[in-house]
Design a protein around this ligand. Structure first.
Ligand code: SF4
Length: 404
């Protein structure tokens, strides 16, 4: 079996990974590079600073895009869906992997309902704060027939939802195909009930892309005509990074706030409930109080259901590392708190729109209190039910009690 490793933070983490690698290599595991496909990927995470935590999340997501079972170890950060298993000590990780190798491999307890399909890697852009292009190189795309094959495999395993991921999926390009054409082919050639998209880059959103969300398609499992709930789910993670055009220019983002808001408007013209999540970097070099206010303003306007906030930190070799007017840590923390508050209020306000609506929920697991699952709009709901709802798409009338 193939395994890859990634260590963040202190040298102890690196040493732990090396030890596990050596032990596993002795018993026949094939250790491959982090960027290569593997059966398992061990990410030794670090939460000592917010920057390290952010990086840990990125690497966990990157590991998942390689379709590996992701084992997290080290300083724990909150559970994120990309983590399949977590072990506190390297010894526990090693024992688990040794057992897997010597016994008949058992299926790993992982989300049975949803899976990630990587459609491309790398990026052709040059955002001032980003190291990814240097690490991953230029964009390369997986051929459509291979993506269709993987989706059909997931369907055979019982999955109801796939998320198309990559470093910048909007750069998908294969002879005769861009992302729009690929999505049309997936809708046409597979029966996957629900399709989500990974992060969407606003500078590459076209009218054709938005129009894809227009056509409700028959869900293959619903046994009746389309009820208007599309297979391409009405939620987009649309990277914002800043609400100030001046800062977006410094970031070399290649889009303006006007273009950004137009995308939201177009999508909500098609479906007034269309939901958006986003990423914001606070405290980018030179960010003034007025720039920060503009970011708060756009969050209020867009009413995101989730804002991932990252305090800016220098990455070696990036263009932004060389910029002057670095923002003091104290101010970054203050701005982060303000964004959190505004984002929380905006989310609460936006979620009111779904009250009283009947939505298809894909249920995943039962907690102490109730079953939990995702709506098409990518917010989680609770539902009490005596039956086993695992991996079932059920219509739920959304009330206050359903929100998590
Ligand atoms: S779009 Fe920008 S932030 Fe995203 S991977 Fe490419 S260079 Fe990095």
């Amino acid at each position: 079996m193939k395994i890859s490793f990634y260590a963040l933070g202190c040298r102890a983490n690196q040493a732990d990974n090396r030890k596990i690698q050596q032990e596993l290599a002795k018993i026949g595991w094939q250790v491959v590079c982090f960027s290569e496909p593997a059966d398992f990927c061990v990410v030794n995470i670090c939460a000592v600073t917010s920057g390290a935590e952010q990086r840990s999340r990125q690497m966990l997501r990157a590991a998942k895009t390689n379709n590996a079972h992701v084992i997290a170890s080290g300083c724990f950060i909150e559970k994120i869906p990309e983590i399949d298993l977590y072990f506190k000590s390297p010894k526990q990780t090693l024992n688990y992997l040794k057992k897997i190798h010597t016994s008949t491999p058992k299926p790993i307890p992982r989300t049975r309902t949803r899976s990630f399909i990587r459609i491309q890697d790398g990026c052709n852009f040059d955002c001032a704060y980003c190291l990814i292009k240097k690490i991953r190189g230029r964009s390369r795309s997986i051929p459509p027939h291979e993506i269709i094959r993987q989706i059909n495999q997931e369907i055979a395993l019982g999955r109801k939802e796939i998320t198309l991921t990559g470093i910048n999926i909007m750069q998908y390009a294969h002879p005769g195909f861009n992302l729009v054409k690929l999505l049309e082919k997936i809708l046409d050639k597979t029966d996957i009930p629900r399709i989500r998209l990974g992060s969407v880059d606003p500078r590459l959103v076209t009218d054709n892309f938005i129009n894809l969300f227009k056509n409700p398609r028959l869900r293959p499992d619903c046994g009746r005509d389309s009820d208007g709930q599309a297979r391409l789910l009405p939620h987009i993670h649309l990277s914002l990074q800043s609400g100030s055009d001046r800062i977006l220019r410094l970031m070399n983002r290649g889009h303006t706030t006007k273009q950004y808001l137009k995308i939201i408007e177009q999508a909500r013209d098609l479906n007034p409930l269309f939901s958006f999540t986003t990423d914001v970097i606070t405290g980018f070099p030179g960010e003034t109080a007025a720039d920060h206010e503009k970011t708060l303003g756009i969050i209020k306007k867009a009413q995101f259901t989730k804002v991932h906030i990252f305090p800016y930190s220098d990455r070696p070799g990036t263009a932004s590392e060389k910029l002057g007017h670095k923002i003091p840590q104290k101010i970054k923390k203050q701005r982060l708190r303000e964004i959190e508050q505004i984002a929380q209020a905006a989310k609460k306000n936006w979620l009111k729109n779904y009250q009283g609506k009947t939505l298809d929920v894909l249920f995943e697991q039962k907690t102490d209190r109730a079953w939990q699952g995702y709506t098409p709009y990518y917010f989680k709901v609770n539902q009490e039910d005596r039956n086993d709802l695992t991996n079932k798409i059920i219509q739920v009338k959304i009330g206050q009690k359903n929100f998590i």
